[in-house]
Design a binder for this molecule. Sequence first.
Ligand code: PLP
Length: 392
Amino acid sequence: MKVPLLDLTPQNHPLEDEFVAAFREVLHSNRFILGPKVEELEEKLATLCETKHAIGVSSGTDALLLAFMALGLGPGDEVLCPTFTFFATAGCISRTGATPVFVDACPVCFNIDVNDARRKITENTKAIVPVHLFGQAAEMDSIMALAKEHNLHVVEDAAQAIGSKYKGKAVGGFGDFGTYSFFPSKNLGGFGDGGMLVCNDDELYEMAKILRVHGSKPKYEHKYIGANFRLDPLQAAMLLVKLPHYGSYTEGRKQNAALYLEQLLQRDDVVQADPSNCGCSEAAKVPSDGPRLTLPVAYQHNDHIWNQFTMRVHGSGQRDALKAHLQSHDIGCEVYYPISMHQQPCFASLPASACPVAEILSNEVLSLPVFPELTSEQQQFVVDQIQSFLHN
Ligand SMILES: *Cc1c(COP(=O)(O)O)cnc(C)c1O
């Protein structure tokens, strides 16, 4: 049986007629840059993300860059960034001329270790960028408290966490800006690149909107240097077809995650990460006679949307062995992320920033198929193959 890591066919093809109708609507509107479709998506996203404003942009990466530009970050500024994240978070900080300062990860939830962030603050620190990794919110109470104490801007990279909640409140609206991505593998996946920037502040909203169109307002007058960060109306029209189904997509992911937990935790050598160890770097080290797998946990105060189901495979070489075993049985799986930001060649000239937990995670993490339309037969097959690996 073939089990891809992600199969978009069962999600997109049933909506084919609606997509074609949406395409026709844009075709006949002759409106191909911004306009009503983009505005409608912006309004609906602001509602979903519980923010006052939303700005449709060209990608999740550009949403980050635009946020940093609107905040005026630049050379000499230091920005705290989790090392265990997708490259865009760090890359966009660098592209403004500011310096990313890499912060270690929590071994339980994989999110930014706020204690390590505190240790790495200097007088040049201007901002912190929590990432709600794999769909689970970072510790926003402590992050906002730290930011307040040191007068830092907060930009939430919520690319993997659209609709995810922290203590009952949607992520993205805690800080100055929140950023989302419609990359096809995200929980609300589009048909190419797209993204959204959200915020509650009227002035920041105006600034970001001006920078989205080359910093021009009125047209052809440039007080600022922006760029082209616009979301296509065609992309917005397609996403508007999928948006009403967002709840069922997330529900499917939650059910799949619950089933992995229920099935795999029946074994003695498989445990679930312990929330009481959140932020405890010591807990990253698992003894050689300890469990072989640690499964992810959704904190009680979080509404985790499971963009990824990422477990830790303990023991030297064991993660790669399990990955090879699954792949040899046609099961898709992936390592998010094999190289943390503090170990990337392009950042080698930055001052060293110790991130020992992230280095352990890079060697141990493995993400399993968890997309909403995964069939129970497919999922059982994944479980069976993990079991057969653990038997040996
Ligand atoms: C996907 C992703 C991005 C970038 O989004 P794109 O739309 O691909 O540019 C940024 N940050 C994180 C954490 C992501 O997962």
